[in-house]
Structures are given as C-alpha cells and as structure tokens.
Design a protein around this ligand. Structure first.
Ligand code: ZN
Length: 461
C-alpha cells in the first residue's frame, strides 16, 4: 500500500509566519489533518502526519522520519507571508526524477482548476527551491504554500471553514490522482465467510463491544460498511474460506454469550434500514438561558467546593452553538457535582466522562479545566452536528472521530450512545437542569423582592 507522509509546517515553539494573532502553524495543521482524513476515507493509502499536535519538530526529524518509514511521497503544507497573495508549489531545485516534476504538475494543475479559479486566487506558479524537506527526503516531495497569512483577502479565506474543507478535499484528491491511488473498495476473491459479532451505527458502541470481545479472548477488529449511504461499524471476529470454521467460531461465541452471524462475502447487502426519524426530545444545540453566576451557585448548593467552570461552559458552547447551561448540568451529573465519586478523578479535568466506559476505565485526561470543558463541548458538537469544527480550533476531544456525526441532536437521543447502556441518560440530565433553572428562578425572585423593598423604603422616606 502506498505510504504518504503529510508534514504540517512548523509547530510548537515555531509558529511559522505570524500576523496579528494568526499563526501559520495552526492553518498548516488544520489543513494537513483534513487532507489526511480525505485521503484515508476515500482511497487505499496509509497516511502519517509528521505532527498531529502542536509540537516542535526539527526539519531533520521530519525528513529522517519519512526516510525511516520509507514513505512513497512527502507532502509538506505551509502558508506564506511577507507581501504577496496566492498559491504556489515547490519541488527541490537540484536534480530530481522526472516523476517529481510530473507529480508537481499534476497536483498543482488540479488545484488550480478546482480551487484557484473558484476562489479567484492568484496562481504564483510551479516553483523550485532548496528547502530542507525537499532536499533531504529520499522520496518524491512537494511543498505547498497555500495562501498568505498576512494578506487580508487570503486570510479571509483561511478563516472560512468552507474554504479550508474545500482546499483540503482538493489537495487530497489531487494527490490521490497524481499517485494513482485506487478508490477504497476491496475486490472480492473467492467466497469468504466472515463472522460478525455485532453491527453498529455508532463507532463508539462498536469499540466498546470490541473491547468486551477482546477481554473474552476473541481477536476482533472493526470494519466499516456503507449501506444505503449510512456507515455501519461491524465487529468482525474472523474470516474463513471454509464455512465449517466460521460455524465453529459462531458456536464458541454463543457459548461465551456473544451473538454473531456469518456474512458471506459477495452476499447481497442486508435490507436497508428504515429512513432516519428525527430525534425526539430537547435540542442539544441552541442558546443558554442561565448565567454563569446562577450555574456556579447551583453547583455549590450541593458541593460548596465546586470549581467555577460555568463561564468556560458558556463561552465555549456559544462558539459551537451548544446549550452550555445544559452541558453544565451534564457535567454535574457525570462528576456528581464535581465531587468525582466515579472512575474519573478530579485531576483529569474530564467533566463529561469522555472515554470512561465503565468497569474502572478512567477515560481521558486534559491538561487543564479549560481544555476539559472544550473537549466536552466538542464531544456534544460531534453528536449534535455534522459541521466541521470552527476554523482552527484544535480538536481536543480524543473521541471526536469515533462519534457518528449528527447521530444525536437531542439530549434524550444520547441514551445508549453517550452512556451505554442507558435508557434515561438524557432525561436525568434534563431533570437536573430543570432543578437548576428552578433554583435560578428562586434567586431572581429574591433579588426582585430586594429591589421592590428598596423602592418601597425610598418611597416611604
Ligand atoms: Zn512555513
């Protein structure tokens, strides 16, 4: 399989080009990640990033890495600065194989055709330079300078999530086309009997089931299949060319308490599921009605030592159009009013039980409360919406990609998804939220009475 290294330029202590509060490294990472996602979701290819976080790596570390893993192609993503506007690509200005020139031409021209025209971006041309990452890589290497961070028109585009999605998709497709990557469909060779122990519409549920199987000594993995435009996650425990072996495994699974079935490769796909019905219940998206003061005060009626995190909830959730006040109620529910009496410990800053799947699993840890809250909001956003993250927000929720995007738009629809098993999870959160609103209303009435008495006293003077 073709192995591709994508290199998001700069990172960590090296911001690259900067302008106002904008840093090139963040644009590079956002685009690189989306290029990777496009490639691995659509083509037969392995993609590795030189950095998937905001960490410092030297140029030598990057090229050594690509050389060591013997990548087939190295794609470095940068953005430009210092007076100019537009798009350009670079290959090494020394001796390079013809193939390198062809790849540059093919990728550059496809981007010019599909993106530069559409967004009226200046094509600065196919260039050559003595850059470290182009010179020291043993494979074909291309460096893309997407746009200029210090040009207002370019910067406007870089801040537009639709543009970022668009350019990333086209960079991915252009690379796939240039490298002749096959589309992701596996040809069927002979008859194969696959043993499937569960099929899920939600990746997270499939993972939990997979973990249970592994704990019981069954080797398994998750394979995806698309039926009627909907993705399903199958937990596959084996594949055999002899049907008897498949049947023996089904019997073993049954004895261990797992339901399973045999899927004959080449079978007609199962009947498509009924069309999706809209989620019933109270929406996850929308504007909060409570204030941070009211929320923190309510938390402290139960736990006087509760931290002041309501403001973080409100400010992050506003950006994501999530009901921050209800998310806060969910945090109260998950952490038992920040007393952390379950598997998650206070120092994890994990207010939503992300990755704490029960049985003592402690789940994710975040460096501070702010990141923990953002991860919580992002996890809700993953369920409630199919939109991309707001431009250049780091994806801090480690389980974001495990969620079927848009699969729960109401709190009640989180039942059996956020909490497994769970048939009243959303209802419990909303009941707790209602108590919080009732508390706030009483407080407002108290304040109102104080103000009224004040007026009366003034009138009586
Ligand atoms: Zn750069």
């Amino acid at each position: 399989m073709t192995l591709l290294v994508i290199d998001p330029g700069h990172g960590g202590s090296d911001p690259g080009a900067t302008y106002k509060s904008f840093q090139e490294k963040n644009f590079n990472l956002a685009i690189s990640r989306m290029v990777r996602d496009r490639l691995v979701s659509k083509y037969e290819v392995d993609v590795v990033l030189t950095r998937d976080t905001d960490k410092t790596f030297s140029l030598k570390q990057r090229t050594d890495f690509a050389n060591t893993i013997k990548a087939n192609f190295f794609l470095s993503i940068h953005n430009n600065a210092s007076g100019g506007s537009g798009f350009e690509t670079f290959i090494f200005n020394g001796t390079v194989p013809n193939e390198t020139v062809q790849l540059q031409t093919s990728i550059h021209n496809r981007i010019a055709k599909d993106i530069l025209k559409k967004y009226n971006i200046l094509d600065r041309g196919k260039k050559r330079a003595n850059f470290h990452v182009l010179r020291e890589t043993k494979m074909n290497a291309l460096l893309i300078e997407v746009l200029f961070v210090d040009n207002e028109k370019d910067l406007n585009l870089l801040q537009n999530p639709a543009f970022i999605m668009d350019i990333s998709t086209v960079i991915g497709d252009a690379t796939a086309e240039a490298l002749n990557l096959p589309l992701k469909t596996k040809p069927i060779e002979g008859t194969l009997y696959k043993v499937i122990a569960g099929s899920f519409s939600d990746r997270e549920n499939a993972e939990i089931h997979l973990a249970k199987l592994m704990q019981n000594g069954f080797g398994a993995f998750i394979s995806t299949t698309v039926i009627d435009k909907k993705t399903f996650y199958r937990v596959q425990t084996g594949a055999f060319s002899d049907k008897k072996n498949a049947e023996a495994l089904v019997e073993k699974l049954t004895k261990a308490g797992f339901e399973s079935f045999i899927l004959v490769e080449g079978d007609a796909p199962p009947a498509p599921p009924p069309p999706p019905v809209p989620d019933k219940g109270y929406k996850i998206q929308g504007e909060a009605v409570l204030t941070a003061k009211q929320m923190d005060a309510y938390a402290r009626t139960i736990n006087p030592a509760a931290p002041d995190v309501a403001e973080l909830y409100l400010s992050y959730s506003k950006k994501y159009n999530i009901r921050g006040d209800i998310a806060f109620a969910q945090a109260l529910h998950e952490t038992n009013f920040f007393r952390f009496t379950g598997d998650v410990k206070p120092e994890q800053n994990n207010f939503a039980g992300i990755g704490a799947t029960g049985g003592g699993a402690r789940g994710a840890t975040f460096p501070n409360a702010s990141t923990g809250v953002l991860a919580h909001i992002q996890h809700l956003f993953a369920y409630a919406s199919k939109s991309a993250l707001p431009a250049f927000d780091q994806k801090v929720d480690p389980r974001f990609d495990l969620v079927t995007r848009g699969s729960a738009t109401t709190w009640q629809a989180l039942n059996g998804k956020w909490a497994v098993p769970g048939t009243t999870y959303g209802q419990l959160i909303l009941a707790l939220y209602k108590k919080m609103v009732e508390f706030a209303l009483r407080e407002v009435e108290k304040e109102r009475n104080t103000l009224k008495t004040t007026i009366e006293n003034l009138d009586n003077i």
